[in-house]
Design a protein around this ligand. Structure first.
Ligand SMILES: [Zn+2]
Length: 208
């Protein structure tokens, strides 16, 4: 069972984020052109090409991280180009999109609306407050919660939307589940069970 929606370290119970040219590890991976890797336009375009060739592999369960970062990466216009290309790819191959969004939440929501995208989108490492979380969830976009989160957000996420991740944390997914459980007044086991169930549904992981 996959409990951890996004990790940069290999674990059999995580969707493991690997580099576009990396060897596959395990059975459940994601790969995408990260907004930080958009400073060299030609290299990013080559990555997009490689991604489109490899993302059909059944071990790739999601495209990402893809997204927009106002503080780091290439210029915003090019970041948009690379992000939109991956939105299109996600729709074309029918795989969800794991999104990295830094100070660009409104732009991401706008792209969701204007692109007419229908695949699941998951904003990973969400640290925003309750109002932002509710706004995102109301558009049908999902949130994944890592080591750092806002307490009022955690309490406001419905059971069928709770997803957790390790990302680059040094904590284990069990330790993150414990932190989230404290904030929701429940048990780590209950949090892990919900996360696994929601990940299976949202990422369409059948028989994993
Ligand atoms: Zn990450």
């Amino acid at each position: 069972m996959i409990v951890d929606a996004h990790s940069h370290r290999f674990s059999p119970d995580a969707i493991v984020n690997i580099g576009i040219g990396d060897t596959f590890v395990g059975e459940t991976c994601s790969m995408g052109v990260h907004p930080w890797n958009t400073t060299d336009n030609a290299a990013a375009m080559r990555d997009l090409e490689t991604l489109s060739q490899r993302c059909g592999d059944e071990r790739v369960v999601a495209i990402g991280e893809a997204g927009l970062d106002r503080l780091r990466g290439g210029d915003m216009e090019f970041q948009f180009t690379v992000f939109l290309a991956q939105v299109e790819l996600s729709e074309k191959i029918g795989k969800p999109l794991i999104i990295h969004a830094v100070r660009t939440l409104n732009e991401i929501l706008k792209v969701r609306q204007t692109s007419g995208a229908t695949m699941p989108w998951i904003i990973h490492g969400f640290r925003g407050g309750k109002a932002k979380a509710e706004k995102v969830l109301s558009t049908g976009i999902h949130l994944s919660i890592g080591e750092k989160f806002s307490l009022d957000t955690i309490a406001a996420i419905p059971d069928d939307e709770l997803i957790i991740e390790t990302d680059e944390s040094t904590l284990t997914i069990g330790e993150i589940a414990t932190k989230v459980a404290e904030a929701r007044n429940t048990t780590a086991n209950a949090v892990m069970t919900l996360s696994a169930k929601n990940i299976a549904r949202i990422f369409r992981l059948v028989n994993r």
